[in-house]
Design a protein around this ligand. Structure first.
Ligand code: AK5
Length: 262
């Protein structure tokens, strides 16, 4: 609603709730507006000092600009923002069922039915993003949230990283989702999101990403560059359909690469 955009918000408008997650630049709290109607939002605090230090102020300005114009049921809303002398506050949609990766680590992998529902919603969100010439470039379980009715939401975590814990972390976030052209530092287009959707589908139904090599990041690079896709894992029974879908996601990328270098 436009009311959010015009009025000036401040911390005093909210009752503070529990912390929701920790990002690299600050924390996210569940908060509620003090006056009726009592909206619940996820309030993300970013420290100006850290943002300046990491020279990401342009990136966050651009990101806020992009996010405020996005309206899609499978993309987490950014309602607005405000700041005080030390911090910037992002007023985000609250996703009622939290972080998808926590479900994935709890259940190890998703059924093909549940995976197909999530991938279908991701595809809708990407069609919408690409229609606005926005390439996401960072699709991975850590960046996905689940709404109160079980619907998937792309929650842009900006440059936030999760506590190291059991998450795969390399220099710039997980390597596993990078497509060959990014791994080789080439220019990229929205097909990088199609590639990542294939990697995401594989990780949903298998419980681990297709090119992962826990012992050597170099080998992960090599396997990505070669598109070394394997389905031989004994304990995971995959339908021919899902193997075909995943192969198509990666081959759509290979076609793209062939076009790129005649
Ligand atoms: C549209 O969502 C965003 C938009 C922008 C940024 C951001 O930090 N940009 C950024 C930060 C620094 C530098 C450059 C960009 C972050 C998010 N989103 C988030 O941080 C997700 C917070 S966690 C959470 N949120 C809702 N419901 C839950 N249950 C949970 Br758990």
């Amino acid at each position: 609603s436009t009311k959010y955009r015009t009025r000036e918000w401040s911390l005093h408008d909210f009752d503070m709730g529990r912390p929701l997650g920790k990002g690299k630049f600050g924390r996210v709290y569940m908060v509620r507006t003090k006056v009726e109607p009592k909206y619940i939002v996820a309030l993300k605090t970013l420290y100006k000092s850290e943002i300046v230090e990491s020279k990401v102020e342009k990136q966050i300005r651009r990101e806020i600009e992009i996010q405020q114009n996005l309206r899609h049921p499978n993309i987490l809303r950014l309602y607005g923002y405000f700041h005080d002398e030390k911090r910037i506050f992002l007023m985000l949609e609250f996703a009622g069922k939290g972080e998808l990766y926590k479900q994935l680590s709890k259940y190890h992998r998703f059924s093909e039915r549940r995976s197909s529902r999530y991938i279908d919603q991701m595809a809708d969100a990407l069609i919408y993003l690409h229609s606005k010439h926005v390439i996401h470039r960072d699709i991975k379980p850590e960046n996905l949230l689940i709404g109160i009715n079980g619907e998937l939401k792309i929650g842009d975590f900006g440059w936030s990283v999760h506590a190291p814990g059991n998450r795969r972390m390399t220099l710039c976030g997980t390597l596993d989702y990078l497509p060959p052209e990014m791994v080789e530092g080439k220019e990229h287009n929205e097909k990088v999101d199609h590639w990542a959707l294939g990697v995401l589908t594989y990780e949903f139904v298998c419980g681990f990403p297709p090119f992962e090599d826990r012992n050597s990041t170099n080998n992960t690079y090599r396997r990505i560059a070669k598109v070394d896709l394997r389905f031989e894992d004994k304990e995971v029974r995959l339908s021919e359909d899902v193997k075909d879908l995943i192969t198509k996601f990666s081959s759509s990328f290979v076609m793209n690469r062939r076009n790129a270098c005649p």
